[in-house]
Ligand binder design. Structure first.
Ligand code: AMX
Length: 462
């Protein structure tokens, strides 16, 4: 009975918010104006580059690459970030520590605001504090979600995984798509990027509301999310809607949403979003596809899997674990044909700097936390075992080895939810890229595939 009441109360609240939000959306950020200058400059630059160098060869494709997940094939252009195997990610040329130093922070906060990172990803420039503040405000004003999405979320069974709920809600948000609307009215293709921008901004703004609604439905007995506060930044509003008010947690969320945003173009979630967008599916449909990829255990779901695995480890071995016990548990995992979640990477060949940044946060805020200590012990023990096993090309921890443990420390122990938080962040990179995909007029993506028979003939094997 009370759940029903909560549900209808929430629907009302959201319907009201939607009306409110459409009334007060004004361009308080000048991001679009900045882009209006950058787009023609970059278009001209790319046009000239292609005219001069369009036929140059940039790599070769070996048979093993085709069977091996296309590793190392240079086949995509992504402007927002580049991943070096040994150094890690650079966002528009800036490393994670450089971003942490240069990007604006919230008053009293120590971590960069994800809004600033989005500005950087879209424009290539470090924003001013005022530009970041205006973006926070703009996203707060665009944050309400339509009542049909709230109703749909409220009707899902609690057994439906949070990532499935998240993805379905994003698909349903395409009722709001400015891109789809403009396309159906026959807008000129030179204007596509402007509508991709509007959808990207709205999607990013709305995701915390969607994510928090899922969280409260599943883990807080369907209680309502609090209203958006236009004076707060994106992460602070997300934290408040989730129901967490610890200021260190809010700062953790800023760090988390900054770190998980972008990892160049070939990873499953970014690539899927880009691929679907190339069919001119609107940004909501494109991003939902990316989220379905993020929900895979070898990609974003690894953050859930790490905690599932650590929980099993603690159930089996108890609290205080020796290195030898740990080694045996890890070998058992490998011998039963499973991966050690949170370790390895398709591109990286060193410890992920996103892991390092989270480790530094943990050393500062929770050095005595037992799960953090276990994570540190795993960092010491797992790589040697993976090297001994001799299969993984990279034995070092990735971003997912650390994230859940910190969330757990602050009481967010619902591990099935962790990938949703990753997803909220991943919108920053994928939407920044999608704006440029449309601005640069990237066509329908359609690589050539071959049959084994055809390939054998091609290389003279039959
Ligand atoms: N544990 C056990 N085996 C591993 C391993 C790990 N952590 N990482 C790689 N391997 C194995 C692979 O399964 C593969 O085995 P196979 O030859 O029997 O198929 C072999 O080592 C070679 O793999 P690789 O070339 O080093 O890695 P990849 O590029 O094929 O895959 C990744 C990369 C991330 C899928 C893999 O390292 C893995 O499964 N890691 C665990 C899951 C994980 O943490 N995923 C999150 C990655 C980051 C992210 O996207 N969020």
């Amino acid at each position: 009975m009370s759940v029903v009441n909560n549900v209808s109360r929430r629907v009302l609240l959201h319907s009201k918010n939607l009306v409110l939000s459409t009334r007060c959306v004004s361009s308080s950020t000048n991001l679009k104006e900045v882009l209006e200058q950058k787009v023609p400059e970059t278009q001209a630059d790319v046009k000239e580059f292609r005219k001069q160098h369009g036929s140059k060869v940039v790599g070769e494709v070996q048979v093993d690459m085709m069977y091996g997940g296309m590793r190392g094939i240079k086949g995509l252009v992504t402007e927002t970030s580049v991943l070096d195997p040994d150094e890690g990610i650079r966002f528009r040329g800036y490393t994670i520590p450089e971003c942490q130093e240069k990007l604006p922070k919230a008053p009293g906060g120590a971590e960069p605001l994800p809004e600033g990172l989005f500005w950087l990803l879209v424009t290539g420039d470090i924003p001013t504090e005022d530009q970041v503040k205006a973006l926070s405000n703009e996203w707060a004003k665009r944050a309400a979600i339509p009542s049909h999405v709230v109703q749909m979320l409220n009707n899902f069974p609690t057994t439906l995984h949070p990532m499935s709920q998240f993805s379905a809600a994003i698909v349903a948000l395409n009722s709001e798509s400015k891109f789809a609307e403009a396309y159906s009215k026959g807008v000129h293709k030179s204007k596509y990027w402007e509508f991709a921008y509007e959808d990207g901004m709205n999607l990013i703004a709305k995701l915390p509301t969607v994510a928090a609604t899922i969280y409260r439905n599943l883990y807080r007995e369907g209680s309502s999310v609090c209203p958006i506060n236009t004076d707060l930044d994106w992460s602070a509003n997300f934290s408040a809607m989730l129901g967490y008010d610890d200021k260190d947690f809010v700062d953790l969320l800023r760090l988390y949403l900054f770190l998980h945003s972008d990892h160049e173009g070939g990873n499953v979630s970014a690539h899927a979003t880009h691929l679907i967008g190339s069919a001119l599916s609107d940004p909501y449909l494109s991003f939902a596809g990316g989220m379905n990829g993020l929900a895979g255990p070898l990609h974003g779901l690894a953050n859930q899997e790490v905690l599932v695995w650590i929980s099993k480890l603690r159930e089996t071995l108890g609290g205080d674990v020796s290195d030898d016990q740990l080694k045996e548990f890890i070998w058992n995992t490998l011998q039963s044909g499973q991966v050690v979640p949170g370790f390895g990477h398709a591109v990286l060949r060193k410890t992920d700097p996103r892991y390092v940044a989270q480790r530094e946060f943990a050393l500062k805020h929770m050095p005595e936390d037992p799960l953090f200590k276990l994570t540190s012990q795993l960092y010491k023990v797992v790589p040697d075992i993976l090297l001994k096993q001799g299969k993984a090309k990279n034995p070092w921890p990735n971003v997912d080895a650390h994230s859940g443990v910190i969330l757990w420390h602050y009481g967010l122990t619902e591990m099935n939810y962790y990938t949703v938080m990753f997803g909220v962040s991943r919108a920053l990179g994928t939407m920044a890229s999608l704006i440029w995909d449309r601005a640069l007029g990237f066509p329908l993506e359609r690589p050539k595939s071959m049959s084994t028979e055809g390939l054998k003939k091609l290389v003279g094997a039959s």
